[in-house]
Every structure is written in structure tokens, then in C-alpha cells.
Write a protein that binds this ligand. Sequence first.
Ligand code: SF4
Length: 237
Amino acid sequence: MLSPRRSDGSKRMSKELVFVLEPDSGRVTIEISQTARSDIRQLENDLGAGINTNCAKPAVASSDRRPTFNPDLESFAAPDNSTLCLYRIYHNSITDGPGRRSVIQVAGCSIRCRGCYVPQTHERENGSRVSITSIVAEILANRARHDGVTILGGEPFDQPGPVAELVSRIKHHGIHLTIYSGYTIEALIARKESSVNYILTHVDLLIDGPFVSTLAGNAGEYRGSANQRFIGNATIG
Ligand code: SF4
């Protein structure tokens, strides 16, 4: 964590900034959610214009794996737990939880927060039904590219059965797991569903709560809005 000086070296910025340097890709990511507009303009003067990114919204899409739509595999009305409605998988994310992460982004969200960054994930029909086995194979094949895996959406808890199966398979390999949900943990516990309870007791980190656009300004790292909470597994249990 750095507190950089302005380009003339005379005055410190008002807030600390988090710089993440990636030597292999040449990328610099700066966490700016609590930074004054004037300081952001100064950064752009020094470094050039950036690309906005956020949780579930990666800056670089080149490593995305969008499933190929296959009508033969589509069965949204009667899913089983061996397949998941997937929007995409992407790797090397530093905005979707601690460290560098591979991200499984599910398709389908019934919550529909106002101002959601990823409305393209709301409809299940925008994704494809993909086997859990092939998703886990993709994660394991890219293990050198991540410190852990994040499942987000869309809304993972709209598909609790398949996501519980995915959680089981990922944790079997000892991989750190973060899940984002637009539901609060209280609402999830109140559902009293075995699949939901399994996920909550096996995930390492839950980031819960809906996106609230009026609280987006000072959200801090990994969160879309400040109401969302970091809940570790010990707390969940
Ligand atoms: S829960 Fe997530 S994906 Fe769904 S509308 Fe809210 S922010 Fe968007």
C-alpha cells in the first residue's frame, strides 16, 4: 500500500491508494473507491486514462471463456446438479476477492439490483448449461494462474444445488473459495435449504448483500457497495 506524492513531489494525496503491479502482464490496478476526483485526474495525467473495473466486471476479457451456446444441452426448466448455468469463466482477477483469482460467473439473477454493473448476467438464457466436471477441469488446468476461486454472478444462490456440487468439488482440491451473493447471510440461513447450508459451511469467504448504488462510492476493495460484508467461514459456522 502506497501513499504517492503528486507529480511535483510537493503534496501528499488525501487518501491512501492501493497499487497492484502485475509484472507478467504489465498491468497496474489502482483501488480508487475512496479517492477524490481531483486526485484521480492527477493519476490520469501521470499514468494515462484507465479502464474501470469492479467485482464481476474484469478489465481484461481476453482470458474469458464464454461457453458456446448449445441448444442440445439447454434445459433451464429442469436442471440437475451435474450442470450449472454459466455466463463465463475468467482468470487473473484481482478485484473479485483476495489475491489473484479465477472467477466462475453464473448466469441468472432474480434480485435485479438497481444500477447493477453486470445486467448481461441477469437472464439465464445469456449463458449456457455447462457440466460441473468441465468447469472444475478449467479451474484445475489454470491453477498456476490463481490463489483461489470466486463464484459470483448473476446470483449463485439462485442455483444452490449445482453450486453446492461445485463448492464440494473445488474444496476437495483444497482451493480457497470466495462467493458473492446479493442475498444477505440472514436471508440465506432463513431458507433452511440443505444445498444453501452446505455452501455456507464450506465457503471460505462470503461477500453478501445486494448492490446499493448510493453506497458504491466508498465501497472499498472487493465490494460493489459499502453495505456488503466480508463473512469468514468461522463466522458462518
Ligand atoms: S445480485 Fe449481483 S448480479 Fe444480481 S442484480 Fe444485484 S449486483 Fe447484479
